[in-house]
Every structure is written in structure tokens, then in C-alpha cells.
Design a protein. Sequence first.
Length: 219
Amino acid sequence: MAAAQGQRSDGAGEMESSEGKVADSAPLPFRAAVDALRGARLRPEIEIDPTRPPQRLAPYAYALEAAVVDDDEDLADGRLVLLHDPAGHDAWQGTFRLVTLVRAELEPEMAADPLLPEVCWSWLTGALHARGLSAGEASGTVTRAGSHYFGGLAERPPASQIEIRASWTPRECANGAPDTAAHLAAWCDLLCQIAGLPPVGPGDGSVVSLPQRRGPSTP
């Protein structure tokens, strides 16, 4: 695992990079939220690492990237970013915001389903609801795209991708921090669902996932 990259998003260095720990000068709620992310227990198919957060979206930011791997094949991947503004943010209606990107490659016939975008969005909201989590001020997009190859790449079969971009405001707990471990688990539920893995855990038997598919294309 690489060292975590939780820091002031203006580059002012809120991270002790050698140990991957948030510096003492970071707000306590942010430190608690990051600690919960780092301590979350996830499905074994999830490979997750801290990564450099985006710059200047909020005073404090922490980011994770993950992939669903089965038999050495990447079935889906994504990125989850935790933003924190101690002064609050009007658009967020809170002091924390979670921002995500999830993507997977589909078989062409699945990508042709006209209801696919609505279904994928319902998977996100459903994953949060299943874990008793609220998603305030939720917004996002679901994009599907197809690729056809020509010339020197003509031997490649057509490829179709689905991509979910979303953000929401997690409810803050008594300590001022949201339950980021639960939100991460819900996000990983979504990642596994879009990868086509069967659900695990009580109450998940009714969830319908996409069938197994090729892994995401490497840019």
C-alpha cells in the first residue's frame, strides 16, 4: 500500500507522507474521518490504495482509488474523494462532501439497455440506503460510451463502458465527522455490483448485478 495522501488541497502539507498520517494541525473531524476510511474492512476482491487528492476543491481532501479484481482481471475501478471545509459549504449543506468516479467495461448488448443509466444511479443510492446512510444534496451523471477500432487496432472487438460520477453530503455524527467507513463500504458495494460480482451479506440476495465482463480498458 502506498502512503496515504490526505492533505490540505492547496498543497500546504497536512500529511506526514513518510507515515501516511494526517498531521496534528488538521481538524479533528477530518482526522477522524480519514482514520475511519483507513480502518474500514472491505471485500477481498477490492484492491484499494490512497492516492493524491484533487487540488483546491476544499481546504482538506483525502482520496482513495480502488479496483475490483477477480482472477487477476480488473472488472471495475474507481476513485473516492473526501472533501472537508470546516467553515461549511452552501452547495454541500454541510462541512464534508464525498465525490466519486466508478467505471467498468460492458458487453455491447448490456450497454444498449435504455434503462441502464437509471439502474446504475439507483445502485448508488440503493447501496447507501442498504447501509442506513443518507446522501444529502446528491448529484451526478451516468455516462455510457462505445469504442470501435480501425486500422492497426482493427482486430480489437468493439468495447462499451459505463461511468458513474457522483457526489453527496454524508451526515455528520456526534464527533463532527461522518461515518466514512460505512460510506466507503457502500461505495465498494456499488463497485462490486457494477463489476458483476454477486452480493454478499444479509439482505443482499435481491440485488441484481451486471454479468461478468471484461476489465476496464487501460488508457
